[in-house]
Design a protein around this ligand. Structure first.
Ligand SMILES: [Zn+2]
Length: 216
């Protein structure tokens, strides 16, 4: 029998998280550029932002031109780490600009950037996560690696100096992950993801494994 899915969050009806979503009017608009592989990820976090935030667009692709992505280079910054990235604090006196997030593994987001010279040329802002990631479903080399949703929440709450306003987004994410663990069972979850409270998240643990198999 075919499982029915929610048309809004795209999750199977039994784990639909729509009832957890809250509408939030963000002052700084968000634009998510999503790698096609991420769009197939069952429990990707970007959709939670797209469904919750009043000013949030999501586009899927591997390379982007500013015109196609409707990005104004004078009114946008790319959230991406690097030696040439400024801190979020450098925006504190600026009027709201569009915050662009790449929703992909580290490796794929780097490739997306290499293939999108216009994106590369945008001013970059690096985030300094101050707490461990809550997105437990993937393992990471760094416990401070954030899911796309956590990066969005961190940026918006810092810029508006209002953590509480954006906490419902993380609550939706927590609910989604809890349900996934319930569905998989703790044992399978630990086996597949090597879950450990002190471990963080890997940007692409499952898909990387699959790729390595294909290309040893
Ligand atoms: Zn739903």
């Amino acid at each position: 029998m075919k499982r029915t899915s929610c048309l809004r969050c795209l999750r199977p009806s039994s784990v639909c998280y729509c009832h957890t979503l809250r509408q939030i009017n963000n002052v700084w608009p968000v634009s998510i550029l999503q790698h096609p592989r991420e769009s197939k990820h069952a429990i990707g976090t970007a959709r939670i932002a797209q469904l919750s935030l009043g000013a949030c667009s999501l586009q899927v692709g591997e390379c982007f031109s500013l015109a196609e992505a409707a990005i104004d280079p004078l009114q946008s910054v790319l959230i991406y780490p690097g030696d040439d990235a400024d801190s979020l604090e450098s925006l504190s006196c600026s009027s709201p600009q569009t915050l662009i997030f790449l929703d992909a593994s580290w490796r794929k987001s780097h490739r997306m950037l290499m293939e999108s010279p216009q994106l590369q040329a945008l001013p970059k802002i690096g985030l300094q996560p101050n707490s461990k990631s809550r997105y437990r479903i993937r393992k990471s080399k760094s416990a401070q690696s954030l899911s796309t949703l956590e990066a969005i929440v961190l940026a918006l709450s810092c810029l508006e100096q209002d953590e509480e306003k954006y906490s419902p987004l993380l609550e939706s994410m927590d609910w989604m992950i809890e349900k996934q663990i319930e569905w998989m069972g703790e044992a399978v979850f630990k086996k597949n993801y090597g879950f450990d409270d002190d471990a963080g998240i890997d940007a692409d643990a499952c898909t990387d494994k699959a790729e390595q198999k294909k290309h040893p």
